[in-house]
Write a protein that binds this ligand. Sequence first.
Ligand code: DC
Length: 234
Amino acid sequence: MGKIVIAIDGQSGCGKSSTAKAVAKNLGYTYLDSGAMYRAVTFYYLQNPFDLEDSNAVSEALENVEIEFKKDPVSGDQLTFLNGKNVESEIRQMEVSNNVSKVASIKLVRQAMVAKQRKLGSAKGVVMDGRDIGSVVFPDAGLKMFMTADLETRAKRRLKELSAEGNVYSLDEIKNNLAKRDELDSSREESPLIKTADAVELDTSELKFEDQVDIVIDLARERIEKEESYASNN
Ligand code: DC
């Protein structure tokens, strides 16, 4: 089967990652969580604070940040490593969520992460989720999805996820975090969250998880077939 890049962008907590993961599994593609990179830089920043306004300090910090993805040998899930240490669980904590939009709005941080994302996606056969994947990282992606869901639904889903991992947060706390990140991520100057004209919008508020995954898989298969027939005719 042919290989394309699938970009899945959208608001915080609308199910991008779980959808992207399931789509990648079905197609035999690699799943890449671009948000994990911004979270890893944020985790580094919280442990080794530096002046976010000072470009020299930001550049110096970025030189000390080595992000790698490895596969969990049991589940096959993506694990995020920061400077050789598995930080997958740490980067999902609320302290990181509450600071990540600020860190992700810095131009130098974005430039470094985008370069890494392009490298990782260069072989195609990749599903990447984030905020600017279809608009900036892979403007030529074979399929671009823009996912949304209403705030209440997103907060409830996130609460369930975090509780299952043993974290205790209130629904209001999660709602506030999601709403604040939506606002910051959509209004920032550098690569704001936007729906590009060629992206397919998918509101998942009323959808069952399996159905939203099937919609993306069907669209992806359509695009892959199109690319294959184009390639064989040229
Ligand atoms: O996907 P996520 O919620 O784990 O992402 C965490 C934050 O990282 C999100 O609030 C904004 C930022 N982000 C970004 O600016 N660009 C991306 N491509 C992915 C995430």
